[in-house]
Design a protein around this ligand. Structure first.
Ligand SMILES: [Zn+2]
Ligand SMILES: [Zn+2]
Length: 179
């Protein structure tokens, strides 16, 4: 009997640690959901993109796709479409990098969380700014040259999926705090 108890104790401890670890949102989902929230501020009708730039597990900048400050918004005036692309907006990733440029924040060695697979221009910009890893939420017109560039320079690209269990209680409380 004593032998059995000894065996059970460490198992129980392991089990409780597992539950504890499991209830806390992982870093990649934590940052991705913030990129998704930023996308809600997008001013373009065609696509809502958000990006969170992270260095040493801290958010250093965020962005969404929108017009140059001072220009009109696609939401008010309609998109400015050339060759099936809206050319009015600055992409979310670029807005995040430019925020760092404007404020003098180093981007070397950072990672980015972006709601959509980056376009070719953003891919080149992110690589040149020293971004070391790309986390994205959904595929979007994935450019083969962008995919090749990531491989060639050794920058990993990882798709992040959100696990509903981390958000159910949060959203329930958010909209029905009294329940
Ligand atoms: Zn637009
Ligand atoms: Zn882009």
């Amino acid at each position: 009997m004593a032998e059995k108890d000894e065996l059970q104790q460490p198992m129980n401890q392991e089990h409780s640690e597992h539950i504890h670890k499991d209830s806390r949102i992982p870093w990649n989902q934590y940052f991705m959901v913030q990129a998704l929230l930023l996308s809600l501020r997008s001013t373009c009708e065609r696509l809502s993109v958000g990006a969170t730039l992270v260095r040493n597990n801290r958010i250093i900048a965020g962005g969404y796709n929108g017009s140059v400050s001072g220009d009109v918004h696609c939401l008010d005036e309609g998109c400015y479409v050339v060759d099936d692309h809206c050319v009015r907006t600055i992409h979310a990733e670029m807005n995040a990098i430019l925020q760092c440029a404007k404020l003098g924040i180093p981007t070397d060695g950072s990672v980015i969380y972006v709601t959509h697979f980056p376009c070719l221009s953003c891919t080149k910009m992110l690589l040149q700014a020293g971004v070391k890893k790309i986390y994205y939420y959904q595929d979007y017109r994935n450019d083969p040259y962008a995919e090749r560039l990531f491989k060639q320079v050794g920058v990993t690209v990882e798709q992040v999926t959100l696990d509903e269990k981390y958000f159910q209680e949060f959203f329930a409380k958010l909209f029905h705090p009294a329940d």
